[in-house]
Design a protein around this ligand. Structure first.
Ligand code: NI
Length: 180
């Protein structure tokens, strides 16, 4: 069972610009463990700390893992930064914080990700394709940006309307279930 709830659009906390991590404390290690547990549980291929309401620059990513292939190679990345973007690629993205939405997003095809690991070691990862897309998506979360900010205004508005209806329906159902 997930220890923390994944925040869902339009929760305003998803719009926070997260602060850098000056020191990896036990709290940060525990948060990283929780993020990994939630990511594999959902399942997803990446998760950022602000998605569980913690406004710190920490992400976890595992783009090779699938439910069928249980081998896990998680990356826990502290203060990740996207550098040297090259090329363009269009990928169909989704997000655990944006329910019932998938859309094509254009991003850099290749990037270099710089970050630290939990032991303070400097990492430099040359990423392409899905891994590059995932890194860019997760680092966006640290700046309060969602992938639907990068699609056309028309598609975004359609989604926002659909989501509003969905939330209204959930509220009504919750209300009618309450004993009088
Ligand atoms: Ni996301």
């Amino acid at each position: 069972m997930a220890l923390r709830e994944v925040l869902k659009f339009p929760d305003k906390r998803l719009r926070t610009v997260s602060r850098p991590i000056a020191e990896v404390t036990d709290e940060i290690r525990a948060l990283a463990d929780d993020l990994l547990e939630i990511m594999y549980d959902e399942p997803g291929i990446g998760l950022a700390a602000p998605q569980v309401g913690e406004a710190v620059r920490l992400i976890v990513v595992d783009t090779e893992w699938t439910r069928e292939d249980t081998e896990r190679n998680p990356l826990v990345l502290v203060n990740p930064e996207v550098h040297d973007p090259e090329g363009r690629i269009v990928w169909t993205e989704g997000c655990l914080s944006v329910p019932d939405c998938e859309a094509e997003v254009e991003r850099a095809e290749r990037i270099r990700l710089r970050a630290q690991d939990l032991d303070g070691n400097e990492l430099s990862i040359d990423a392409s394709d899905l891994q590059a897309v995932c890194f860019q998506h997760e680092v966006d979360h640290l700046d309060g940006i969602l992938f639907i900010d990068r699609i056309s205004r028309l598609k975004r508005n359609l989604y926002v309307q659909k989501r509003k209806k969905q939330l209204r329906r959930e509220l009504e159902e919750a209300g009618s279930a309450t004993p009088a």
